[in-house]
Ligand binder design. Sequence first.
Ligand SMILES: C[S@@+](CC[C@H](N)C(=O)[O-])C[C@H]1O[C@@H](n2cnc3c(N)ncnc32)[C@H](O)[C@@H]1O
Length: 265
Amino acid sequence: MTGLGSEAMEAEFDTVAGWTEEAVRALGPEYAVPAGCRGSGSEGALRWLADRLELGPGTRMLDSGAGVGGPAGWLAAERGLRPFCAEPMASAVRASRRLFGLPSVVAIGQQLPFADDAVDAAWCLGVLCTTSDKAGALGELRRVLTDRGRLGLLVFVADRPLPPPLFVGDDPQPAPLPDGNEFPSEAELRGLLAEAGFALGETTDVDLGDSPAVWSERADAVAAEIARRHGNDPAFRQAEENSSRVGRLLSDGDLRAWLGVATAV
Ligand SMILES: C[S@@+](CC[C@H](N)C(=O)[O-])C[C@H]1O[C@@H](n2cnc3c(N)ncnc32)[C@H](O)[C@@H]1O
């Protein structure tokens, strides 16, 4: 099981990816990176990871579960790399090619179309918490990384059971927990990394709201443009609900945004 295929996941990661590309085209290329970072929506998080992955212009770098390519586009602009992107949602793959000109392939993280030892570094941002087969995804990352290759992770972790679903207003249906999300605990994540052949190095928690004002303004402008164009579409409402539930769990302290770097051993 990859955890792919639910309607909410398709809405959030495929349909909205296409709409994001459309809105960025309407507003301008400077909107692409902030709007294209879904889940890793903090420049501080990208910088923290990039600083620890020993990246240089010649580094062969993979972004697994790259979404529309914002983080890889940021790396290309900031560190002079040309990362490879792999991502299961076709609209997102198209967006990362068109918005950032990045090599991008439709693939799930459990079946990466790369040879053994193909890359020196990889990152996987906000992905392990959306798939049930975390061991499969980490095993594939280990396979394609060289020995001593570096891995960066952003994972939403839940260290205790999430609160039960809430009833909202007079609605007889409870607002369910975010669909398609499978948050691990930090202990589980550490165990999975060790089993996959990674030695965990530095870790930290990150505040995803710490980006420069201009970054947030651009991300918000793209969100507003998408709402203006597609606000009445059921897929829009579903994606909004899902991401606002994650936001609520984060602000209530039920989830943490966890960053870690690991070495393939
Ligand atoms: C929260 S988004 C993060 C996207 C991107 N990494 C970023 O930070 O902007 C999660 C991404 O994981 C992708 N995804 C879901 N299941 C996956 C799997 N089994 N393998 C690889 N990617 C997956 C989704 O399609 C989506 O693009």
